[in-house]
Design a protein around this ligand. Structure first.
Ligand SMILES: Nc1nc2c(ncn2[C@@H]2O[C@H](COP(=O)(O)OP(=O)(O)OP(=O)(O)O)[C@@H](O)[C@H]2O)c(=O)[nH]1
Ligand SMILES: [Zn+2]
Length: 362
């Protein structure tokens, strides 16, 4: 054991760096680049990067669709930065808030050929830090030396990509009795991922028999719905109805997964809501921001259930992806228990879009 941080620790540090606007050094074999998230970029850092070479802008193919620029790298686009563009232009490329008011941002100079692996990893890192998926990438010659001299976090893709792709193992930190309105016999378990990500919770009701399928729900955090009683979605009523059903049956387990906004974080979800106020639906809004419509990783829930000793579930959901992901990750789903509650005038279009575009069952 050395004192040097492991790859997992450096990845966690890199997410913090990106959120603070500090460059991170990525290497892929002989290639290296400094990367900075556009959302957190300062004028001084942009100036410094320009003094070192020609930065490139990487955005997702989803964002590029709206900007009407072709994606030569499949899931992403690399654009050369002309000398006259500043922070405002970069911010507008990253954030679609003003797209309708100012639709023309080009002409764009798309880069083709060569490898996009550093750009792709930088976008994945920005997403995992809950930042908009738009990054400046400055190719450099000796990444390791630059990282050492500038005290910057260094990540080699060969080490970092497998960690970014895998669901981080979780360990249970603590559990304690929690009497609730839905059931006196509640217990809250707190699980912590090894990668320094957010904690996730399991609410166990009664003492479900581990030998039988348990009534279960994977609930993704929705601050607006769960806490504020937002009428734009059905999350709050679904949360309470699931707990009530478990209370009535005397047993169940509800996983409360901190995957706010289908995995994009609350700030980006509010950006999506702002686009919804401009007339876009929930799926279009995610795409305009550069995200997929659902960025959640449900492997997490399967791991927590297995760790708690459950191998079969009766799952409260209308989302077929949750059923498929549990099954693919070693859980037996013996039954889907439909969960249709909380329909309002304000969320009718949202629920209809989820049924039409995301395959939610009615
Ligand atoms: N990006 C985005 N996220 C949203 C929006 N409305 C709600 N959410 C999030 O969507 C997620 C809904 O979670 P769930 O209720 O567990 O999942 P679901 O896919 O609807 O599936 P079931 O409720 O199990 O049928 C939460 O993370 C919310 O924060 C939206 O308009 N945009
Ligand atoms: Zn919600």
């Amino acid at each position: 054991m050395t004192l040097a941080p492991s790859i997992i620790e450096r990845l966690t540090r890199a997410r913090g760096d990106l959120r603070m606007g500090v460059p991170v050094v990525l290497t892929d074999g002989p290639q290296a680049a400094l990367v900075v998230a556009v959302e957190a970029l300062s004028a001084a850092r942009l100036e410094a990067l320009r003094g070192m070479g020609r930065p490139e802008l990487a955005i997702t193919a989803r964002r590029a669709e709206t900007l009407k620029t072709p994606a030569y790298d499949g899931d992403l686009v690399r654009l050369a930065l002309s000398d006259d563009v500043g922070l405002d232009w970069l911010a507008a490329m990253a954030d679609p808030a003003d797209d309708l008011r100012v639709p023309m941002k080009g002409p764009f100079h798309s880069l083709r050929g060569g490898s996009a692996s550093l750009h792709r990893a930088a976008i994945a890192l920005a997403k995992s830090a809950h930042l908009l998926p738009a990054v400046l990438v400055l190719p450099v010659t000796d990444g390791a030396a630059l990282a050492a001299s500038g005290n910057l976090t260094l990540l080699a893709l060969a080490e970092a990509l497998p960690e970014l792709d895998r669901a981080s193992p979780l360990r249970e930190v603590i559990s304690a009795r929690l009497p609730m309105a839905a059931s006196q016999a509640g217990r809250l378990h707190v699980f912590r991922p090894e990668d320094g990500g957010e904690d996730h919770y399991a609410i166990e009701i009664g003492r479900p028999d581990r030998q039988h399928p348990v009534l279960a729900r994977l609930h993704s955090a929705c601050f607006t719905g769960d806490v504020l009683g937002s009428l734009k979605c059905d999350c709050g009523p679904q949360l309470r109805a699931a707990l009530a059903q478990m209370g009535a049956e005397g047993a169940g387990v509800l996983l409360y997964l901190n995957q706010e906004g289908r995995g994009i974080g609350l700030a980006n979800k509010m950006r999506a809501y702002s686009l919804q106020d401009q007339g876009f639906d929930t799926v279009q809004a995610n795409h305009r921001l550069g995200f997929e419509d659902d960025e959640r990783d449900f492997r997490l829930g399967a791991g927590m259930l297995r760790q708690m000793g459950f191998s079969a579930v009766r799952l409260l959901t209308n989302n077929p992806r949750k059923l498929a992901m549990l099954a693919a990750n070693g859980l037996t789903v013996t039954e889907r228990v439909a969960l249709h509650v909380g329909q309002t005038e304000q969320n009718a279009a949202y629920l209809a879009t989820k049924a039409a575009k995301s395959g939610h069952l009615l």
